[in-house]
Design a protein. Sequence first.
Length: 294
Amino acid sequence: MTGIVDAHHHIWRQQDLPWLVGPMLPRIFGPYEPIRRDYPIGEYLADIAGLGVAQSVYVQANWAKEDFEKEVAWVQKTADETGWPHGIVGYVDLTVEDVRPALDRLARYPLLRGVRMQLHWHENPQYRFAAKPDLMTEPRFRRNLAHLSGYGLSFDLQVFAGQMADAAELAREFPAMTFILQHAGMLEDLSAEGWAAWRAGMKRLADEPNIVSKLSGLGTFIHRVDATLIGDIARETLALFGAERCLFGSNFPIEKLWSSYGELIQAHRVALADHPADVQEKIFSGTAKRIYRI
């Protein structure tokens, strides 16, 4: 297998992240004292050393909204100096009157590949990020989203099962745009009913050929790395999307709260071991290279 592409990681400076300074805010991944500090590229490279990771994509880490360009500029500078990462997913606010001035500012950074504005909303306030569950249905949001294609950008889509019908309709409205589903749809309810709701929503998303699914963040709600759970989610996701529409992401350093990078990679390898080599190559490398153009 060719070198692994980590299609979802973060590096950060504590000073730039509102949720890492001041009082500890409730977060979807639980207590996070060990990562309330800088996580620079040098530490990330030490974490992946010897594990076969050849390229990576940085995904926005929720800097203050007004610093959206500063975040991309800092990551681009890091890449210019170190060669890592190889692609950047930045942030823009798609609820403003006209997002194009913000996109114009980001367009000058050569590693920019897409944007993420987190849309996930949940009845549990600790799991909630967006202000409302149906933000993606609002005309202004959709009008701004439509501009991404003109800049050659994808959209990293983060939703829960209850939002997947709206998300599928959104992707259907913009067939020329690539949507990258975060964390394989964020299965947070492991009851039979929760699995059924997630499965039904994932089927709707998979029916839209411009949606791909990222196998990342699968320890978020259980606060551990579990090869069995990873395998169960991966097997169902692969059956719906196919390997050419699935890609691996580490979600580091979030997953560092309960795992080393080596343990995380090994769990994914174990979970996918029964799949053919070409399927594993697409998940660990090929799909990310194509989707993020790296």
